[in-house]
Design a protein around this ligand. Sequence first.
Ligand code: PAF
Length: 289
Amino acid sequence: MQILTTAAALQAHTENWRRAGQRIGLVPTMGALHEGHLQLVRAAAAECDAVVASVFVNPTQFNNPDDFRLYPRLPDADAALLAPAGCTALFLPSVAEMYPHPAIVQFDFGPLERVMEGEHRPGHFNGVATVVSKLFHLSRPHRAYFGQKDFQQVAIVRQLVSDLAFDLELVAFPTVREADGLAMSSRNRRLSAEARALAPRLYQSLQAAAELVRAGQAAPAAVQAAARAQLAAVPGLELEYIAVADADTLQPLTEWHSGRAVVLCLAAHLGGVRLIDNVVIGWFGEEVE
Ligand code: PAF
């Protein structure tokens, strides 16, 4: 596995691979890799000839300076995990390399980003779209792999690919969970033992809410209230939001719409660590991966 630190080096490799007729897979990450990331890399390796994994803690998508400062950075451990997973090249740029000058172009995803993460983290998706666009241009992937744990991010990137005609296939992968249900996240490393023990309650509350949706008796507001009440009982947990939304438009639901999938998304702070999770429920009650 090669480690590339400059945009020029990545572009040169990409050009060679393309010229040789190789299919390129891109797995964009912010590092501190876990099994969820590695599943994306393994899938890319199975489906593509060359796999680029980027590890870049992107400052422009953090609205909280402490969150950016404390975000785990483990480039050596990441490199050691990526090679055996089938990664061809690790792109590990500096901030100056990715942002030789501050970006002026701004992205606005309209209603898609006025809810959930976009509503609670102003500017977040502008930063995501900026860095993802740069990574797409530099690595020119045939396929780009993202985890569904960031459900709204996948919707935003899908819109980006469509609106800007990026010639690539977006692949969204199901959330990978610990044995007790906690969604894998780089931020989990920052949980104290106490917070870690309580963290599975997030997914449990989503599962209980999903059961209510499936039972078809409770209105969206009642489902939301039930999840809220369940989470209020978790010591030290501060719920930022819980959304009951249409899985395609991400708009909050006031009633159920026949034939449409529903997504339940939440963000909560536990012992100073911000965690997100979601569950998608198909119209027939199936959990959508
Ligand atoms: O999901 C992430 O880790 C980041 O938002 C991404 C897509 C790598 C962009 O910085």
